[in-house]
Design a protein around this ligand. Structure first.
Ligand code: ZN
Length: 223
C-alpha cells in the first residue's frame, strides 16, 4: 500500500489538474475549481480512515469535524441564539473529532469496507447530497462535487493496488486485490448497511438529469 504522503500528493496533483482542466473547458469558474480540488485531495486520503496510520485518521476526522461544524453553523444561525450556536458548534466538533473517531477506530479493520467501490459510491452520493441540500449548490455543481470526491477515492484505491505489484520483480504481493474491490466480502453486514444508507439517500439527491448532463458535457470534450 502507498503511504499517507504519497496518497496526499498524488490526489492533490490530480485535484489541481481536474480543477484547472474544468476551468479551461469552461465547465466551472476559477472559484469553483477550489472545492473540486479540495474534494479530490480529500477523497485521496479518505479510504485510509480505517487504517492504522494515525496521520490519515486524525486528518480525515479533523476535516470532517470542521465541515460538520461549518454546516451546522450555517444551518442553525437563524434559529439559535449566539451562545447556543457556539455550544452546538463545540459539540459537533468535539463529538466528531474525538468521540466518533474513537468509536470508528474501535470497529474498523484496515483495508476493510472503506477500500471498496461501494464506499466510493457512498462517498460520492453523500457529497452530492450535502452539497445540494446544505450548501445549496445547483444540481449540476452538486453532482460535480460528488464525482470529485469519488474520483479522489478511486485514485487512492488504484494507487494502493499499484503498490501491491512489485514492478521490479514482477510479482504480485499478497495485498493485491484488497483495495480495488466492489465490496468487502469479509464484512457482508457492513456492506449491506452501506447499501441501505445509499437507498435512504435517494430522495435527497440532486436530480439525476443534472448528472447525465454533467457526464455528457464532460465526455463531449474528449470525444
Ligand atoms: Zn489505502
Amino acid at each position: 500500500m502507498a503511504n499517507f504522503r504519497t496518497h496526499l500528493s498524488v490526489a492533490t496533483v490530480a485535484g489541481v489538474l481536474v480543477g484547472l482542466g474544468g476551468r479551461q473547458m469552461s465547465l466551472w469558474p476559477t472559484l469553483e475549481a477550489v472545492p473540486i480540488t479540495v474534494l479530490i485531495a480529500f477523497g485521496g486520503i479518505l479510504p485510509d480512515i480505517d487504517s492504522d496510520n494515525s496521520h490519515a485518521v486524525r486528518l480525515v476526522f479533523t476535516l470532517l469535524a470542521a465541515l460538520a461544524t461549518v454546516s451546522g453553523a450555517l444551518m442553525f444561525q437563524e434559529q439559535l441564539a449566539p451562545g447556543m450556536l457556539l455550544m452546538l458548534c463545540a459539540v459537533l466538533f468535539l463529538g466528531i473529532r474525538y468521540v466518533l473517531s474513537a468509536v470508528f477506530k474501535h470497529f474498523s479493520v484496515h483495508r476493510g469496507i472503506w477500500h471498496s467501490l461501494l464506499a466510493t459510491l457512498l462517498g460520492s452520493l453523500l457529497t452530492a447530497c450535502a452539497s445540494y441540500q446544505f450548501f445549496l449548490e445547483s444540481a449540476w455543481m452538486a453532482w460535480a462535487h460528488g464525482l470529485a470526491l469519488g474520483f479522489g477515492m478511486m485514485v487512492h484505491l488504484l494507487l494502493d493496488e499499484c503498490y501491491s505489484v512489485d514492478l521490479v520483480g514482477i510479482r504480485v504481493k499478497r495485498s493485491f486485490g484488497t483495495a480495488l474491490k466492489f465490496f468487502d466480502y469479509r464484512e457482508p453486514l457492513n456492506s449491506l448497511l452501506m447499501l441501505l444508507l445509499m437507498s435512504a439517500l435517494i430522495p435527497w439527491l440532486p436530480p439525476w438529469s443534472a448528472l447525465t448532463q454533467l457526464v455528457s458535457q464532460g465526455m463531449g470534450y474528449w470525444f
